[in-house]
Design a protein around this ligand. Structure first.
Ligand code: FAD
Length: 292
């Protein structure tokens, strides 16, 4: 048995957020499945791989909702509509100047076609541990704004995942925005992705980092690492080790030990646990070496 053909699925193409919320509320009240079609770059692939669906989903096309595709800066608060694409991030002057790690990350996702269609919401909702966008947003300690007919609520990204590819997003909710507090002073931001080639490759390990050094000490630190645990790692032990210390005081051995504590890499088709641990430690060491 194969999955039903796309042309047989119920399809809605709303143009406002309240319309989406109504569709989600009505559908979830009846226990029906919904798919939100943003760029389709994850869903179409998974649809081909999956077993027959229990029931045919309602497909809600998000591409006509202009309010989901905005990039705004309010003071130091960066507000990203959830359907912001990688290409949008790469082309945004605000992002390039204030959050360059997002622009650098976006430039390494897939190739031009994927960057043009793939969105942050799709990356977040799919919740792959290899998700590049999630790692970058983890370093920025992003807040996810979820919306339903009942209103909005905010979830810190480090509370968004409840397990491998599982999130707190309810069936009647959508991811509406992603918000980030950017540093008001100069910061060091970095994105490093290790994969087999520069385009189309899913990472073996990737690290996003942001640090503010004030009076010789680490005053703000944010880290996010992909492909080293069932969900994106925020590297809490490494953050705790670095905060308030001079980057010069951070020994390679201490950083290695903290990195090892924060990740649980596995062997899979893309790499081995041992190689991932080695690369993760090197990426963390290099990030802090660039601060001193
Ligand atoms: C060839 C190829 C290369 C790729 N390379 C990379 C890579 O280098 N790095 C990487 O991280 N990923 C990569 N991906 C994966 C994919 O492109 C990204 O995860 C992308 O961000 C998915 O976004 P989308 O808009 O296409 O999601 P979609 O496929 O449209 O949606 C995916 C899921 O998210 C849900 N969803 C969408 N929008 C919302 C919303 N607003 N609220 C709640 N749920 C929502 C959908 O219901 C669906 O379940 C690649 C994919 C392909 C096919």
């Amino acid at each position: 048995m194969t999955a039903p053909s796309l042309s047989t699925l119920a399809f809605a193409s709303p143009s406002t957020l309240p319309e989406i919320c109504d569709l989600l509320a009505e559908r979830s009240a009846r226990g029906g499945e919904t798919v939100m079609l943003a760029g389709g770059t994850d869903w179409y692939v998974e649809r081909h791989a999956q077993l027959p669906l229990a029931g045919a989903p309602l497909v809600i096309d998000l591409t006509r909702v202009a309010a989901l595709r905005t990039i705004d800066l309010h003071g130091d608060r960066l507000v990203l509509g959830s359907a912001t694409t990688y290409e949008d991030l790469r082309r945004s002057p605000v992002v390039s100047v204030r959050a360059p790690l997002l622009a650098e990350m976006a430039a390494t996702v897939g190739a031009a076609q994927i960057q043009a269609r793939g969105t942050l919401a799709g990356n977040l909702a799919t919740g792959s541990p290899a998700a590049d966008g999630v790692a970058a947003l983890a370093a920025l300690d992003a807040e996810i704004v979820l919306m339903s007919r009942a209103g909005e609520h905010r979830v810190p990204l480090n509370a968004f995942y409840t397990g491998y590819r599982r999130t707190v997003c309810r069936p009647d909710e959508l991811i509406a925005r992603i918000e980030v507090d950017l540093p008001g002073r100069p910061s060091h931001q970095a994105w490093r992705k290790v994969g087999t080639r520069s385009a189309q490759a899913i990472s073996k390990v990737a690290l996003a980092g942001i640090a503010v050094v004030a009076d010789g000490r680490v005053a703000r630190i944010g880290l996010g690492m992909a492909s080293v645990a069932p969900t994106t790692s925020f590297l809490p032990s490494v953050r705790a080790l670095a905060l308030g210390r001079s980057p010069r005081e951070l020994s390679g051995a201490d950083l290695d030990e903290a990195t090892g504590r924060d990740i649980a890499p596995i062997d899979d088709i893309r790499s081995t646990a041992a190689y991932r641990l080695h690369v993760a430690r090197a990426l963390v060491r290099n990030f802090f070496a660039a601060l001193s």
